[in-house]
Design a protein around this ligand. Structure first.
Ligand SMILES: *[C@@H]1O[C@H](CO)[C@@H](O)[C@H](O)[C@H]1NC(C)=O
Ligand SMILES: *[C@@H]1O[C@H](CO)[C@@H](O)[C@H](O)[C@H]1NC(C)=O
Ligand SMILES: *[C@@H]1O[C@H](CO)[C@@H](O)[C@H](O)[C@H]1NC(C)=O
Ligand SMILES: *[C@@H]1O[C@H](CO)[C@@H](O)[C@H](O)[C@H]1NC(C)=O
Length: 559
């Protein structure tokens, strides 16, 4: 609430939901502080801190130890930024939280280009950020030792996903920095901590060339992993090391970098936790053409494709629906009530830099999409997507931007840098400068009295029932009660690695003062590790409470 007093609202009254009597609707809120580096990767690492990573170009305004920073901690309490020293170039990495709460970032740029001598090669990097107890990040550091702690294979633009035993599966990437297509691919999987001493080759990633960077991967509730890259998709069985081919994304739509659509594992609900995947945006571009035959003005795709990952669902294939507008680089983000936020991206062009025939500055994309939409998974086909009551921003968020749900229940949006270096606003010929402005996107409940969960045990075991004290505002009838267990994911390149929402069976006591809920049965349904619990009553969501789902043991752990 403190930060709300000190910010400038960009939302105009006319754009807010007209029906909600006096209560403001969704709104973009510009934060009073700049991010200091481009927040092109973002992950929530504590109740109050978001870790940003940028590219080591030596020219970001935020300084640390005598050089430009490319890592920073954003304090959600008061919207301030603190530089973080990073050894290797984290452009462009993936990351996730492990079962013991440690954040791991992996991969990045091979050699420090652009004349920044402070950065060591990042493409085999593993960066460790241990759980940090200081609310403002004082004394919190990143640990790196490239000689003793590194990936098996070089990976620029890889993905990662936390799996059932709390370790990470690391997927794909390129050995080298590449201007557009993946021409020197790391078509393999590996794990952190290592499960073996050589990477596992993937025929799927081979088939998905040349647009297979930042594959979108999800841990499924039976312990297998779904992956989509280019227009291909599979289910990977980690224990058997087998790939089962699924139908292609329909209508020639491609969805991974440099043709970024996005994908999300829809909320899982008891008792069956039936997995459904939604893939939106991207483009039908012909990847047999060189990038110089493609255009920044080529329309992106508005297609969303949805599949149920059961034998019958796979037989039925992808169900197609459409966003209200085409989007390259959309972001799909879970909302605690089970809806999906569709935000960011561009109406035309591609991801990556200065590769198409007619880049805008260095941006391969143009026509930023400035109004988010909501996707309601439980609504009938054709009625799921709406932007009614959604605000419009004036800040483009295209290539190298990020968005994450926060523990407070709103969204933090940062970045946008379709430029080679740090290119400030006002640079001649630059339509899309490097963006340091940070916004929150606030759901309507941020400005009213909210339910609250008073306390939760620090650790929640699997398959257990808990009763905890809560408060429900008196103006709510409590006709719908939702308790969501969430991983907020690692936001990088229009994808939220490991993002997850699992609903828990729950009930509220007659007097409205206590909540009883049952945790997921095992780590296949919610991989062990940090999670945020939100209570939503009649669509009004409480602030989240951060807990450890499972034992908190280091990976691999089955409890
Ligand atoms: C910062 O935020 C956390 C979590 O929201 C809260 O517990 C803490 O008291 C806050 N600290 C300050 C100094 O505001
Ligand atoms: C922001 O809050 C932290 C504590 O959470 C404090 O150390 C810092 O000084 C605050 N900064 C400002 C500008 O208020
Ligand atoms: C997927 O892409 C491949 C390679 O471009 C193409 O041959 C295939 O027809 C595409 N599949 C669909 C369903 O469009
Ligand atoms: C968590 O486990 C990882 C991998 O074994 C290890 O590097 C890290 O130090 C552990 N963190 C804590 C807090 O024990």
């Amino acid at each position: 609430m403190l930060s709300l007093l000190a910010v400038v609202s960009l939302a105009t009254a006319a754009l807010c939901a007209p029906s909600a009597a006096a209560a403001p609707g969704w709104e973009f809120v510009l934060q009073h502080e700049l991010s200091g580096i481009v927040g092109l990767e973002a992950i929530v690492v504590s109740d109050s801190l978001v870790l940003f990573f940028d590219r080591a170009t030596g020219d970001q305004p935020l300084q640390i130890n005598g050089h430009s920073a490319w890592g920073a901690l954003w304090d959600l309490n008061n919207s301030t930024v603190r530089a973080l020293d990073v050894l290797t170039d984290s452009f462009c990495a993936s990351g996730a939280l492990l079962s013991n709460g440690t954040m791991v970032s992996m991969g990045g740029t091979p050699a420090s280009d652009d004349g920044n001598h402070a950065a060591e090669p990042g493409n085999q990097a593993i960066r460790i950020f241990e759980p940090c107890t200081s609310a403002s990040g004082v004394g919190c550091t990143l640990f790196e030792n490239p000689t003793t702690l590194h990936l098996l294979e070089e990976r620029w633009y890889p993905s990662s996903v936390r799996i059932f035993d709390g370790s990470l599966m690391i997927v794909g990437g390129s050995h080298v920095l590449t201007p557009f297509y993946n021409v020197d691919p790391a078509n393999s999987f590996e794990f952190f901590p290592r499960k073996e001493q050589t990477p596992r080759p993937s025929a799927f990633l081979e088939r998905a060339l040349p647009a297979n960077l930042f594959p979108r991967a999800f841990a499924l509730p039976d312990g297998t992993v779904f992956i989509v890259a280019n227009n291909q998709s599979i289910i990977y069985d980690i224990e058997k090391n087998t790939e089962t081919r699924l139908p292609d994304i329909p209508n020639g739509v491609r969805v991974t970098n440099p043709i970024d659509g996005s994908a999300i594992l829809l909320p899982l609900s008891p008792p069956d936790f039936t997995p459904e995947v939604l893939v939106c945006g991207g483009s039908t571009a012909d990847t047999s053409l060189p990038s110089t035959s493609l255009s920044s003005q080529q329309p992106a795709s508005s297609q969303c494709s949805r599949i149920t990952l059961t034998p019958e669902g796979i037989k039925a294939g992808w169900q197609v629906e459409h966003m209200l507008e085409a989007r390259m680089m959309p972001e799909l983000v879970h909302i605690p009530n089970g809806q999906v936020l569709i935000t960011n991206g561009a109406g035309t062009g591609f991801a990556a830099l200065a590769a198409v025939a007619d880049p805008v500055g260095a941006s391969n994309a143009d026509h930023p999409v400035l109004t988010p939409s909501l996707y309601t998974p439980t609504a009938p086909l054709g009625k799921r997507i709406s932007n009614a009551g959604m605000p419009t921003t004036d800040i483009p968020r295209m290539y190298h931007s990020s968005v994450t749900l926060t523990p407070q229940g709103n969204f933090l949006i940062a970045g946008n840098n379709p430029n080679m270096n740090f290119t400030p606003a006002g640079t001649p010929g630059i339509k899309f400068p490097s963006e340091l402005r940070v916004e929150t996107l606030n759901p309507p409940f941020m400005s009213r009295t909210r339910p609250s969960i008073h306390t939760l045990p620090e650790k929640l075991g699997f398959g257990q029932k808990f009763t905890v004290p809560i408060t429900i505002p008196s103006d709510l009838e409590a006709t719908t009660i939702q308790v969501s267990l969430m991983d907020l994911g690692f936001s990088s390149h229009a994808f939220h690695s490991s993002a997850r929402l699992v609903f828990m069976d729950a009930s509220v006591s007659k007097d409205g003062k206590s909540l009883t809920f049952t945790t997921p049965p095992n780590g296949k349904v919610f991989p062990p590790g940090p999670a945020i619990v939100f209570l939503t009553i009649d669509d009004v969501t409480s602030p989240g409470v951060r807990i450890m789902m499972g034992s908190g043991n280091p990976p691999p752990t089955l409890e």
